[in-house]
Design a protein around this ligand. Sequence first.
Ligand code: 13P
Length: 251
Amino acid sequence: MRRKIVAGNWKMNTTVAEGVALASELAANFNQVPADVNLVVAPPFVHLTSVAEAIKGTKIALSAQNCADKAKGAYTGEVAAGMLAGIGCQFVILGHSERRQYYGETSATLVEKIALALENGLQPIYCVGEMKDERLAGKHFDVVKAQIEEVLFGLTAEQMGHIVIAYEPVWAIGTGLTASNEQAQEIHAFIRKLLADKFGAKVAEDCTILYGGSCKPSNAKELFAQPDIDGGLIGGASLKAEDFLAIAQSY
Ligand code: 13P
């Protein structure tokens, strides 16, 4: 069954103490979150164990923001999927546009990362989305199609069942510009059709596809009301418990 997910990508923000305070506030107010909405927080790596403690006993799930494309060994500065699973992560964000843009992450690397995440029982939140010039040139469908095909089409239908997709148009991230409901719905439906053609109708129907990009309490409700939008991957607005909880209540 398709799940509703509201995930907070904290990016490189908050000290550990601030992160624990934010997570504790979410935990204390978790009763505000509708029963069928899955809340996920993705703090920086060094916060994970402390945040895991702060959300213990609640239904809030823990996510990392990245993982290595290698299982273990001499890869200075990297963090393996197995290590993340070992400290209680259930999800890992992979292919975020900031990693593609600033850290040269490619489809080939992402294929490895997704395989390792799945092997270790983590659910990847795989991000796709076009840049502003690509949208203006009318290439957004082609860009998203390539990102999906190159990274996900080598998976089995069973593996695909563990993947969450996040459509995040790069021009909407942190800019205050949000894709219109129609723009977002159109791409989400397109992604679901790609999945249906490759993996079958059931996998496509069950896949959770999130929208990300300046999603906030004032626009979440109408975005989430679209038939193919199953929640959000929230950046800036996830750093304030009140806003994040308001978004989670927008179904
Ligand atoms: P903003 O919500 O700050 O636009 O960020 C979206 C995002 O990149 C989530 O991964």
